[in-house]
Design a protein around this ligand. Structure first.
Ligand code: UGA
Length: 439
């Protein structure tokens, strides 16, 4: 079996590499020549635990290849996955020019039956557009070649993408063709030996499933954040409340951690896109509009606490930030709460010294010289007025508080992820501001 994966971002690269692991021949295609050259030289452009091992093994075996040329790689391909970006347009809707561009190219080059699968997160209805774009090119060529389209949304999380791909909770495939079902079943069988299901459905429902899943998860986060803020006001403890509600199996205890708001390349974009699709179809998604508003507000809570603590006098002060990535185990800073916190501190005239174990280059690229990047977490704290914990990297969990107490100007910690022990910090005479916990 041979497959082509177009687009070497998170989804494309992880999918392609993991498919190769099952013995399938995979070619990953990207228009970005530099990226392909790097990949051909063994350089992986993203940070993702476990990826390098599988990548190297399959490249050595000759099962995983990289190319800028889609047309010639379609010759003996059974399945093409479209995993290119769908960046938000100026008006917030997903820009489909890359997805439809790839579809057009497939139509111009294919010479035998294949299944064309949309893996990028695309607005509901896109797979039909992909089908039409391919068909239009075939008609221009005056040829009659059969093909099927399918939608196969990806549910992997950055930071655990490889594990998520290798051991999925479920695989969702939207298609109206039995032939395509058979091909997709064969391709995914090795990943479902754990008994988890492959769910076949119609294409629109499959596209909708992706948005509904991310929107539901974003809703849980905004809900728990809002409840945490109320706990703080009323003197309740969100940790106790979280466990109290999470023990009900109908609610469950996952994805109920309060913080500084959700970020990343998925939740913010997908919530916006679904709101928009609904609006365009005359239906207002009131819950999701509130989810978004709560999240925007939540990104400022840490800054608001700092401001309040210092009675608004932040000019000339220096703050240490631990963690810039939108979550641990990734270098991704897209829509990261850290960006809002940094901007607000800088606007208020403060200096920011930050440390992130991985997102250093990304921080430099996005923030330039606006902040100082420390070489480690302790250096960031030297003479700082306070420490702000923004991303819960494992290595920040048990710091040496005695050393911190000496390095910081004030024994003061604002914890955006609730990772420290209240009693321990109290004993060490730290002033500690968590989110929604009794401090
Ligand atoms: C998310 C989904 O979890 C994946 O299933 C989906 O495939 C992916 O989007 C996508 O559409 O591509 P991801 O954005 O990588 O994955 O990250 P998550 O681990 O879901 O975290 C998202 C944000 O929510 C982070 O900012 C995280 O800090 C925040 N979060 C998560 C909370 O604030 N509280 C929680 O309890 C969980």
């Amino acid at each position: 079996m041979k497959i082509a994966v177009v687009g070497t971002g998170y989804v494309g690269l992880v999918s392609g590499t993991c498919f190769a692991e099952t013995g399938v021949d995979v070619v990953c295609v990207d228009v970005n020549q530099q990226k392909i050259e790097k990949l051909n030289n063994g350089q992986i452009p993203i940070y993702e635990p476990g990826l390098e091992d599988i990548f190297k093994r399959n490249v050595e075996k000759g099962r995983l290849q990289f190319s800028t040329d889609l047309a010639s790689n379609l010759k003996d391909t059974d399945v093409v996955f479209i995993a290119v970006g769908t960046p938000p347009d100026e008006d917030g809707s997903a820009d489909l020019k890359y997805v439809l561009g790839v579809a057009g190219e497939i139509g111009r080059s294919m010479d035998h039956y294949m299944v064309v699968v949309t893996k990028s997160t695309v607005p509901v209805g896109t797979s039909v557009k992909v089908k039409n774009a391919i068909q239009a090119e075939l008609e221009k060529r005056g040829v009659d070649i059969g093909f099927d389209v399918a939608s196969n949304p990806e549910f992997l999380k950055e930071g655990s993408a490889v594990q998520d791909f290798l051991r999925p909770d479920r695989i969702v495939i939207g298609t109206d063709s039995e032939k395509a079902q058979t091909v997709m079943k064969r391709l995914y069988k090795p990943f479902l030996l754990n008994g988890h299901p492959i769910l076949f459905m119609d294409i629109i429902s499959s596209e909708m499933t992706k948005y509904a899943a991310n929107s539901m998860l974003a809703t849980r986060i905004s809900f728990i954040n809002d409840i945490a803020n109320l706990c703080e006001i009323l003197g309740a403890d969100i940790d106790a409340v979280r466990k109290g509600i999470g023990s009900d199996p109908r609610i469950g205890n996952k994805f109920l951690y309060p913080g500084t708001g959700y970020g990343g390349s998925c939740f913010p974009k997908d919530v916006k896109a679904l709101i928009r699709t609904a609006d365009e179809n005359g239906h207002s998604l009131e819950i999701l509009k509130a989810v978004e508003a709560v999240n925007d507000r939540q990104k400022s809570i840490l800054f608001n606490k700092v401001k309040q603590h210092f009675d608004g006098e932040l000019k000339g002060r220096k703050f240490a930030i631990w963690g810039l990535a939108f979550k641990p185990k990734t270098d991704d800073m897209r829509e990261a709460p850290s960006l809002v916190i940094v901007e607000k501190l800088l606007e208020a005239g403060a200096t920011v010294v930050a440390y992130d174990p991985v997102a250093k280059e990304e921080a430099r690229r996005i923030l330039g010289d606006k902040i100082i990047l420390a070489k480690d977490e302790y250096e960031a704290c030297i003479d700082a007025d306070a420490l702000l914990l923004v991303t819960e990297w494992p290595e920040f969990r048990i710091p040496n508080f005695k050393v911190l107490g000496k390095l910081l100007k004030n024994k003061l910690i604002f914890d955006g992820r609730n990772i420290y022990d209240l009693a321990e910090l109290d004993e060490l005479a730290f002033t500690y501001y968590p989110v929604g916990r009794k401090s």
